[in-house]
Design a protein around this ligand. Structure first.
Ligand code: ZN
Length: 115
Protein backbone atom coordinates (compact mmCIF):
# COMPACT_ATOMS: atom_id res chain seq x y z
CA UNK A 1 0.00 0.00 0.00
CA UNK A 2 1.30 3.47 -0.84
CA UNK A 3 0.56 6.79 0.77
CA UNK A 4 -2.35 8.24 -1.23
CA UNK A 5 -2.06 11.84 -2.32
CA UNK A 6 -4.38 13.98 -4.32
CA UNK A 7 -4.44 17.36 -5.96
CA UNK A 8 -7.04 16.33 -8.49
CA UNK A 9 -10.77 15.94 -8.41
CA UNK A 10 -13.20 14.18 -10.64
CA UNK A 11 -16.91 13.61 -10.75
CA UNK A 12 -17.99 10.64 -8.74
CA UNK A 13 -21.27 9.17 -7.75
CA UNK A 14 -21.53 8.95 -4.01
CA UNK A 15 -24.33 8.39 -1.51
CA UNK A 16 -27.94 8.73 -2.61
CA UNK A 17 -26.93 8.76 -6.25
CA UNK A 18 -25.73 12.35 -6.04
CA UNK A 19 -22.79 13.16 -8.28
CA UNK A 20 -20.16 15.43 -6.75
CA UNK A 21 -16.60 16.55 -7.38
CA UNK A 22 -14.43 14.15 -5.48
CA UNK A 23 -10.70 13.99 -4.71
CA UNK A 24 -8.93 10.91 -5.98
CA UNK A 25 -5.41 9.56 -5.58
CA UNK A 26 -2.90 10.73 -8.20
CA UNK A 27 -1.17 7.40 -8.12
CA UNK A 28 -3.84 4.69 -8.01
CA UNK A 29 -6.94 6.70 -8.91
CA UNK A 30 -8.99 5.51 -5.91
CA UNK A 31 -11.58 8.01 -4.78
CA UNK A 32 -11.26 9.35 -1.30
CA UNK A 33 -14.03 8.59 1.18
CA UNK A 34 -15.29 12.03 2.15
CA UNK A 35 -18.47 10.84 3.84
CA UNK A 36 -18.98 10.93 7.59
CA UNK A 37 -18.74 7.12 7.58
CA UNK A 38 -14.97 7.15 8.12
CA UNK A 39 -12.88 4.03 8.51
CA UNK A 40 -10.97 3.39 11.74
CA UNK A 41 -7.45 2.26 12.53
CA UNK A 42 -6.79 -1.36 13.48
CA UNK A 43 -6.31 -0.38 17.14
CA UNK A 44 -10.01 0.31 17.39
CA UNK A 45 -10.83 -3.26 16.42
CA UNK A 46 -8.20 -4.67 18.76
CA UNK A 47 -9.91 -2.80 21.61
CA UNK A 48 -13.29 -4.03 20.46
CA UNK A 49 -12.04 -7.60 20.65
CA UNK A 50 -10.93 -7.19 24.24
CA UNK A 51 -14.30 -5.63 25.10
CA UNK A 52 -15.99 -8.60 23.49
CA UNK A 53 -13.76 -10.99 25.39
CA UNK A 54 -14.86 -9.37 28.64
CA UNK A 55 -18.56 -9.34 27.82
CA UNK A 56 -18.58 -12.98 26.72
CA UNK A 57 -16.40 -13.91 29.69
CA UNK A 58 -19.09 -12.52 32.00
CA UNK A 59 -21.59 -14.77 30.25
CA UNK A 60 -19.33 -17.75 30.86
CA UNK A 61 -17.93 -18.05 27.35
CA UNK A 62 -14.17 -17.84 27.28
CA UNK A 63 -12.36 -16.54 24.21
CA UNK A 64 -8.82 -17.85 24.00
CA UNK A 65 -5.75 -15.88 22.98
CA UNK A 66 -5.43 -18.21 20.02
CA UNK A 67 -8.86 -17.19 18.76
CA UNK A 68 -7.95 -13.53 19.17
CA UNK A 69 -4.67 -14.06 17.35
CA UNK A 70 -6.33 -15.84 14.45
CA UNK A 71 -8.93 -13.11 14.07
CA UNK A 72 -6.31 -10.35 14.11
CA UNK A 73 -4.13 -12.26 11.68
CA UNK A 74 -6.96 -12.72 9.23
CA UNK A 75 -7.99 -9.09 9.64
CA UNK A 76 -4.47 -7.89 8.84
CA UNK A 77 -4.52 -9.96 5.68
CA UNK A 78 -7.62 -8.26 4.29
CA UNK A 79 -6.31 -5.96 1.63
CA UNK A 80 -7.13 -2.34 2.26
CA UNK A 81 -8.79 -2.95 5.62
CA UNK A 82 -6.81 -0.18 7.24
CA UNK A 83 -6.75 2.03 4.17
CA UNK A 84 -8.81 4.87 5.58
CA UNK A 85 -8.39 6.80 2.34
CA UNK A 86 -11.36 4.97 0.85
CA UNK A 87 -12.71 2.41 3.30
CA UNK A 88 -15.86 3.17 5.28
CA UNK A 89 -16.52 2.13 8.85
CA UNK A 90 -19.61 0.22 7.63
CA UNK A 91 -17.47 -1.86 5.31
CA UNK A 92 -14.91 -2.51 8.06
CA UNK A 93 -17.67 -3.60 10.42
CA UNK A 94 -19.04 -6.01 7.87
CA UNK A 95 -15.59 -7.60 7.34
CA UNK A 96 -14.79 -7.64 11.06
CA UNK A 97 -18.09 -9.31 11.98
CA UNK A 98 -17.78 -11.99 9.32
CA UNK A 99 -14.22 -12.86 10.40
CA UNK A 100 -15.10 -12.98 14.10
CA UNK A 101 -18.04 -15.28 13.45
CA UNK A 102 -15.72 -17.80 11.80
CA UNK A 103 -13.86 -18.23 15.10
CA UNK A 104 -16.36 -17.36 17.80
CA UNK A 105 -19.98 -18.41 18.16
CA UNK A 106 -21.51 -15.04 18.84
CA UNK A 107 -24.63 -13.29 17.59
CA UNK A 108 -24.51 -10.28 15.29
CA UNK A 109 -26.50 -8.36 17.89
CA UNK A 110 -23.79 -8.73 20.54
CA UNK A 111 -21.12 -7.78 18.03
CA UNK A 112 -22.99 -4.69 16.92
CA UNK A 113 -23.46 -3.63 20.53
CA UNK A 114 -19.68 -3.40 21.04
CA UNK A 115 -18.90 -1.75 17.71
ZN1 ZN B 1 -3.36 5.81 -4.10
Amino acid sequence: MHYHISNKKDWAKIQNGIIKLHPYCNECGVFKNVSSDRGKKIGYFVNTLSKLKKILGNKGYRISDVQIRLILKELSEVEGFEDTWWITYSKQKEIFISIIRKYIKVSKEILESVL
